[in-house]
Design a protein around this ligand. Structure first.
Ligand SMILES: C[S@@+](CC[C@H](N)C(=O)[O-])C[C@H]1O[C@@H](n2cnc3c(N)ncnc32)[C@H](O)[C@@H]1O
Length: 280
């Protein structure tokens, strides 16, 4: 995800080095903000439905940080996470679920493709950090959206984030200092204009000069907002809304998202992030 667009705060931590740091911990500190993300989607669900969302499905859950944060928030909440990577899920079980104690029993992690069925219909289903871009054709992405809709409870909300901007197709490297003592580097290594296929990496750099190269690599397609909206509608979602992140005075992401279906508020900036909220 573009470094300039995701601003996170993190508690002070001991100094990290490439030898001692854990790449999953660095990833969570650098690019995830579970409380803010969950508050945003829950607020919109409540506003639309007039009731509390209780069952969350986290697609591409990785370390399941959102699922863990969700069940911590209320005793009547449950969550299911889906990811193909057993090692990442195991890290999440040990570091995000185990500390929850009994509440961890309200989270079920599935080592399965996101297109597979869950245990029960979700009130809110999330596909965060652009992970759905792994689907590179209309048939694949549309198929995923159809299954996402089918897996929602009546009136459920499917939320995904998307990014773009004039720099989105450039081969570039952006870096951002993370509080706690390391630098997060987002590299758009290769972009193919004929297919919109691109290869991105996350690297980390440390104060002692050491580096962790290619901590994470993604092979994605860069999709546009109108393409994704159309596919969501074709998949049967009746109402699809776009919320663009607003810039602060320094022209950085503020963490505040405003309803803006045309994207006029981002003034065609170099890099933007938006949420798409699709109601069943
Ligand atoms: C960018 S990480 C997302 C981690 C986390 N959800 C987040 O919000 O930051 C992408 C994750 O998607 C998983 N993944 C990729 N394709 C998948 C698929 N078809 N079904 C399930 N998981 C998949 C990968 O194993 C990886 O953990």
């Amino acid at each position: 995800m573009p470094a300039s667009e995701r601003r996170r705060t993190a508690p002070r931590r001991p100094r990290y080095t490439a030898r001692t740091a854990d790449k999953f911990e660095l990833y969570q500190l650098a690019v995830q903000s579970p409380e803010a993300d969950l508050a945003f989607v829950a607020r919109h669900y409540r506003r639309e439905r007039g009731r509390e969302p209780l069952h969350l499905r986290e697609d591409f859950c990785g370390t399941a940080l959102l699922s863990a944060t969700w069940v911590k928030g209320r005793k009547d909440r449950t969550a299911e996470g889906f990811d193909l990577d057993g090692k990442t899920l195991a890290w999440g079980r040990a570091h995000n679920l185990a500390p929850l104690g009994a509440a961890a029993q309200r989270v079920t992690l599935h080592r399965r493709d996101v297109r597979e069925r869950g245990d029960r219909p979700a009130d809110i289903r999330l596909a965060q950090n652009f992970s759905w871009s792994v689907f590179k054709t209309r048939a694949e992405l549309g198929g995923y959206f159809r299954r996402a809709r089918q897996g929602l409870a009546a009136g459920g909300l499917f939320a995904l984030d998307i990014y773009g901007g004039t720099e989105a197709t450039e081969e570039l490297e952006e870096q951002r200092r993370i509080e706690g003592g390391f630098t997060y580097v987002w590299e758009q290594a290769r972009f193919l204009p004929g297919t919109n296929d691109y290869t991105c990496h996350i690297h980390f750099r440390f104060r002692d000069g050491s580096r962790m190269r290619h901590a994470f690599t993604y092979e994605w397609r860069l999709w546009s907002v109108p393409e994704v909206r159309e596919l969501l509608h074709e998949a049967g979602f009746r109402d699809v809304r776009a919320y663009f992140e607003q810039s602060n005075q320094d022209d950085e992401g503020s963490g505040v998202y405003r309803r803006d279906d045309s994207g006029v508020t981002c003034r065609n900036c170099a890099g933007w992030v938006a949420y798409l909220l699709a109601f069943r």
